[in-house]
Design a protein around this ligand. Structure first.
Ligand code: SAM
Length: 326
């Protein structure tokens, strides 16, 4: 049948599909269509605020049995990482069975049993249905990441943000990814031609980061250390400093601002992530940054204030891009 749809490059397909679903405009009764490197995603109405080309096309109707909601009688709450469905804690095991039976590429269903916790920022999960595994390969923006969902932090929800900061990276820059995890920011920067130093205290994460560097053919531009970011910061400073730093450790990144100012080159740009209450999304963090920079003899120019995503009721994951100057 004919439907209005948005056209996106193939590599942005999953990201856009999720955004359209979250906005409630995705037409789940029609099958998404791929042609000439583009995906055509059917929608009920033209989405607001998405700057994407809209057109009208013919679509096949989806077989009713390919939708988990048809088995369940309700929409299960989950997110997908690779071929694994991560069910919200309150979901029944039958939701996992239904997602696998729906035959949309999901082979394992895990239930998320905890918030992100501990220094290594991992989540506990239990097996609900399908293949017993916690590792998978996730694809975003044409890159592939092997992730272990219980051993190391990874969220597909930052895909667009990673792309935003990666698009600012220039070839030959030195980038220091202080809290690198399995390497999604690191790999994207290396793909842009930067030389990246990455650190993480989680041994499993660093092993996966090295594997992901190989998998995406950028290993020669990445140095990865299973060490505290403070220690690596010293080494980066001794090596001449970094042009760009990623500080993706929301909640506690402020404790590492001194290490960041030590590692940053004069004129260095920092992407600083935080979780902030809606009453003070940025200014409290800007004050902390200014104080730390002043200690190190730097001034701060705020380049951008970005609300990345909602995190909890009244709380947001934000990013401050700032430049240090002397
Ligand atoms: N940047 C990655 C991503 O976006 O997927 C991972 C971000 S995760 C929120 C933060 C990471 O910081 C975790 O992998 C954790 O192990 C690491 N971490 C925590 N404290 C650290 C420290 N002192 N030095 C280096 N890494 C640390």
């Amino acid at each position: 049948m004919e439907s209005v749809c948005v056209r996106v490059p193939m590599e942005k397909g999953e990201q856009t599909r999720q955004r359209l679903a979250e906005a409630g405009v995705l037409d789940q009764d029609l099958r998404i269509k791929g042609e000439d490197g583009f995906l055509y995603i059917p929608v009920h109405e033209t989405p607001d605020g998405l700057d994407l080309p809209v057109e009208t096309r013919e679509f096949e109707e989806r077989e009713p049995e390919t939708d988990a909601a048809d088995f369940l009688g309700y929409e299960p709450r989950f997110e997908t990482v690779g071929d694994v469905a991560l069910l919200e804690p309150e979901e029944d095991p039958e939701a996992g069975e239904a997602l696998i039976a729906a035959d949309n590429g999901i082979v394992t269903a895990l239930r998320v049993e905890s918030a992100v916790e501990g220094e290594e920022r991992t989540r506990r999960m239990s097996h609900v249905a399908g293949e017993k595994k916690t590792t998978t390969v996730h694809r975003e923006y044409g890159r592939e990441f092997v992730v272990d969902l219980t051993e190391a932090y990874f969220t597909p929800r930052l895909a667009e943000e990673r792309e935003r900061v990666a698009s600012q990276v220039e070839a030959k820059e030195t980038v220091f990814d202080m809290f690198a995890g399995v390497g999604p920011f690191t790999v994207a920067a290396a793909e842009r031609g930067a030389d990246v130093v990455a650190s993480d205290i989680n041994e499993s994460a660093v092993e996966l980061l090295r594997e992901n560097a190989e998998r995406n053919n950028v290993a020669e531009r990445i140095e990865a250390y299973n060490e505290d970011a403070r220690d690596v910061a010293r080494r980066v400073a001794e090596g001449g400093g970094a042009d760009r730093l990623y500080m993706n450790l929301p909640h506690t990144a402020d404790e590492f601002l001194d290490a960041a100012t030590e590692a940053a080159d004069e004129d260095g740009v920092v992407h600083y992530y935080d979780i902030r209450h809606e009453d003070d999304l940025f200014e409290g963090a800007v004050e902390e940054i200014r104080a730390a920079a002043e200690e190190a003899g730097y001034g701060v120019e705020v380049l951008e204030r970005v609300v990345v995503r909602s995190y909890a009721p009244y709380e947001y994951n934000v990013c401050l891009d700032f430049r240090l100057y002397s």
